[in-house]
Design a protein around this ligand. Structure first.
Ligand code: SME
Length: 151
């Protein structure tokens, strides 16, 4: 998808999600709604969902797509994003040391940390694609903005 089309799509989804999430008082319901809308509207999203921080490990939360690993520990892109406290864009998962393959069809990935009001990372949004290099700074900026709707 070219950058212009991608930006337009994300902007429409942000408007839709801000309306839906404003009516939801529950974090799990909000995460489930974000995962469902993104997965169904972004053609290249093969897996889309949340992992919650649980001590040193991550436990899967609301998601859409093929069944995923329930617990991530010790390694992987999601834990690296928590440890480095920043969004990670991985153009080729096979080049990322320690990547955890929940589904061998995933080839590229983006992981965005989710913070509470105090700035502590409490979860991540993880999106996988079946194509190489699907995610770029446009995805990062817009997904970070969408994550900001969580309350
Ligand atoms: N690839 C992730 C694991 C989660 S799945 O992609 C759904 C990782 O390396 O942390």
């Amino acid at each position: 998808m070219n950058t212009k089309k991608k930006e337009g799509r994300y902007e429409r989804l942000y408007t839709q999600l801000s309306g839906l999430l404003a009516k939801s008082p529950d974090a799990t319901a909000q995460m489930a709604t974000i995962a469902a809308i993104l997965f169904n509207k972004m053609d290249y999203f093969f897996w889309c969902g949340f992992y919650r921080v649980d001590g040193d490990r991550l436990i899967v939360g609301p998601y859409q797509g093929p069944a995923a690993c329930q617990i991530l520990e010790g390694r992987g892109v999601c834990l690296a994003a928590v440890e480095q406290q920043k969004t990670l864009i991985v153009p080729d998962v096979h080049s990322f040391p320690g990547h955890i393959a929940c589904d061998s069809r995933s080839l590229s990935e983006i992981v965005i940390p989710v913070r509470d009001k105090a700035g502590k990372i409490i979860a991540v949004l993880d999106v996988d694609s079946k194509e190489l290099a699907s995610f770029d700074e446009t995805d990062a900026a817009h997904l970070e903005k969408i994550i900001g709707l969580l309350s």
